[in-house]
Design a protein around this ligand. Structure first.
Ligand SMILES: *Cc1c(COP(=O)(O)O)cnc(C)c1O
Length: 474
């Protein structure tokens, strides 16, 4: 399968776009043609375990990776011991027509593990074939950094340099990252806030010479490897939600998904699954107080906000005001027209917004997308209600998903809410909701007490360049 840029031009095959990230013209990699899954194929996949299903779904995109190799990569990502649930992605009923899709049973208790575990192995595979190395440079405010580090730790051809803001992450998130002692994992704690970390990454990545010399790359949410790996769990969740449906009705049986969203990566994978033919009725986009995307889906006007207008909320992994993956959706909305997509981003650059209000009526009717916002009070109330009613402690992001999902539940359409993290990561918010601190289990205690390894740095380019120069793989 060939890949193209949303702003025009061809980008090669799957293994090429895994390594490259952004297209040279600033666009994002998308399949030249969306693969299709028909009803008969879905039925054939029903008996597969998660590894088998992920191999089939990824195989639709990764046509340049031999099937046996792809299966081995999926087995390494999702096999023995990587995820605490034997199904990898378990579904559980929480009442009111809602079902949780358990995406957070991986090593860092967030849904990002599902894509990162695959991406880490796939990158190592491609680098081995090309006899090359990659130094991943990134900035994190929490979940991305730990999921990426846990996906590359101990690998031979990848090192990771992850910048995190001093004192801004939860104790649990810090422990997940800083307790790693692998030689190829570099935790750099910057005396600054997240945006300053991201600025440092940006400046080094834009220095083409430095980037090339040190084989710098990224594992961020625009990487197509992540998008493709996420499609697999939408297919899985539809299969599991329809296991009990009469065989004659399955092919047409629709479910809806509610997705706690930030960068629009997760829900974009759901849109891909829907475009590929999985019977999905609605995709319910849930955001927190940073509601740029809710505004967009209500008005058709996309107006990203600057860092200083981004609130720090109690669902911090959704504190995004510029959703990079939205470009892939707009590309589909504009009939896969690269010229119109490029023009839209030019409009954004010159006017600060993209006005698609003329297309607004198609968001729901053609793409099934509806949206809503959840605030701190909503989140706290939702955590409390479901703890009382069904003894399930939702993490704050999942609670945002549940809050908005409830506004769109329809009779006879299962509403599948993606559980994007587990609650122990956000103990303070849970304590605020439930009035008491949840007892710390032994595994969490051990993690919090483990010795930590990190390098402190001022908010300054020079020492960072020197550090990478010294520690990068070559
Ligand atoms: C990253 C993250 C999100 C947002 O996902 P996007 O793909 O950026 O939309 C939501 N919840 C949690 C817990 C996350 O870590």
């Amino acid at each position: 399968m060939q890949f193209i840029s949303t702003r025009g031009g061809s980008l090669g095959q799957y293994t090429d776009v895994l390594i490259e990230g952004l297209a040279p013209n600033g666009g994002l990699a998308v399949p030249a043609e969306m693969p299709r899954i028909d009803a008969a194929e879905l039925e054939r996949w029903r008996s597969l375990d998660y590894i088998g299903l992920a191999t089939e779904v990824l195989g639709l995109f990764a046509t340049d990776i031999p099937r046996a190799d792809l299966e081995r990569l999926c087995d390494a990502a999702y096999g023995a011991g990587r995820f605490s649930s034997p199904e990898v992605v378990p579904l559980s009923d929480i009442g009111e027509g809602l079902t949780l899709v358990g995406l957070s049973d991986g090593p860092t208790l967030a849904f990002k593990d599902l894509a990162m575990q695959f991406l880490g192995g796939a990158l190592e595979y491609v680098l081995t074939n090309r006899d090359s190395v990659l130094n991943v440079l990134g900035a994190t405010s929490g979940d991305t950094g730990s999921a990426a580090e846990h996906a590359v730790r101990g690998r031979e051809r990848i090192a990771i340099f992850m910048l995190s803001p001093e004192g801004r992450m939860s104790e649990y998130q810090r422990a997940q990252m800083y307790s790693l002692h692998d030689d190829n994992v570099h935790n750099i704690v910057v005396d600054g806030v997240f945006d300053e970390c991201q600025d440092l990454v940006k400046r080094l990545s834009e220095d083409i010479e430095f980037k090339r010399t040190h084989h710098l790359g990224a594992m961020n949410s625009i990487n197509f490897g992540r998008i493709s790996a996420q499609v697999a769990y939408y297919v899985w969740a539809w299969l599991r939600a329809t296991d009990e449906v009469a065989e004659s009705e399955r092919a047409e049986f629709e479910v809806s998904f509610a997705v706690p969203s930030g960068n629009f990566g997760n829900i974009l994978s759901g849109q891909y699954a829907r475009l590929m033919g999985v019977p999905i009725r609605r995709l319910v986009l849930a955001v927190n107080e940073n509601n740029v995307l809710d505004d967009f889906f209500r008005t058709g006007i996309y107006r990203p906000r600057s860092a200083e207008h981004t609130f720090a909320t109690s669902s911090p992994s959704m504190d995004v005001s510029r959703a990079s993956n939205l470009e892939r959706f707009i590309f589909e909305l504009l009939g896969r027209d690269a010229e119109r997509t490029a023009a839209a981003w030019e409009e954004l650059r010159t006017t600060g917004q993209i006005d698609l209000s003329a297309e607004r009526h198609r968001f729901e009717s053609e793409f099934g997308i509806v949206s809503g916002t959840s605030t701190h009070d909503n989140r706290i109330a939702t955590i409390r209600e479901f703890s009382d009613a069904v003894a399930v402690v939702l993490d704050p992001h999942t609670a945002d998903g549940v809050k908005v999902a409830r506004e769109y539940v329809e009779a006879d359409v299962p509403m599948l809410v993606l559980e994007t993290a587990k609650s122990p990561k956000f103990a303070n918010t849970i304590a605020e909701a439930l009035g008491s601190t949840a007892p710390v289990d032994p595994a969490t205690r051990a993690l919090l007490d483990a010795p930590q390894r990190l390098t402190e740095m001022p908010n300054d380019e020079a020492p960072l360049r020197a550090y990478i120069g010294e520690h990068a793989l070559r």
